[in-house]
Design a protein around this ligand. Sequence first.
Ligand code: 13P
Ligand code: ZN
Length: 331
Amino acid sequence: MGFLEDMQETLDRGVSTARGAVSGVAVEQLGFVKSFVRTCHEGWLQGWHEANGGNMSYRMTESDVSAARTFFYDEPGSWVSAGIQAQCLAGARFLVTRAGGHFRTMQADPSRGVGIIEMDSTGSAWRVVWGFKDGGRPTSEIGSHLMAHAMRMAATGSIGCDHAAETANPAASVDRSAEVSPGKSAAAAGGARVIYHAHMPNLAALTLAGAFDSRSLTRLLWKTTTECVMAVPTGVGVVGTVVPGSPELARATSDLMKDHAAVLWARHGLIVAGETLDEAFGLAHSLEKAAGIYLAARAACGGQEPPCLLSDEELAAVIAGCGIPANEAYR
Ligand code: 13P
Ligand code: ZN
């Protein structure tokens, strides 16, 4: 081997050693990953994530992708059908929580608790490109997350996103020979980037106490404080009891996400969409707090309806006076 070849080999080894040395921590140190993991931990501190309860996904920006890409696996996972065909998701990368992962312990080992998936060039399959150490996979609610992302991108990002549920079994592995497109449009598109699902005790308790539809639940929560309608002007869509992780739950959620940033899964939990982690967390927090205030007031009234909820007129005055773009269906 000549001098130049020797040098090249040494250089190559150096680069790959350097990459290997940092690849175990580098993605975890990126700002968007740290914020994501911190937000999950804040949900744990609120008491919303017993065991593996809850999940979150974040649609990465172009700069997130550039910063993380060096550390993507040389051999990504197999393609898995997303159970949806959504062109606006083509090439998108999502940071997602792990199926069965515990939010309580995520901070201690982020590359185990979260991972990055990329969509194929048709927006109908995903594969793991980073994280989920030791053979994990994205949340069992990935179908609901992806369909909600497509719907909220269209509702809030001024982009079209024709999408349809595929008939294929979402869990089945599929062969995708086409290479992934750069995914610039999906990364650059505005609108909601975060979908967050949590198991809130007060909201779940409310769905045990009475049979609510989207209108009755939204108006009840709006009437607990003058702030609730400001925090959640779209109101809350309500889905009945549906099997967790099922295509039916994904479809029902996506239908309601057309005009709601928050959807309550009765006797289960809440799923919300936000442009940022803070917005999504704030929506969830506001709704859970309103439910807690209502239940506390009801208990203080001996289990009867509290007499001093905002009246119809007071709610209308808040909406008009503060110029809130409240969902027309619930005014
Ligand atoms: P995962 O652990 O698969 O995310 O499931 C948790 C959950 O809350 C299901 O609704
Ligand atoms: Zn759940």
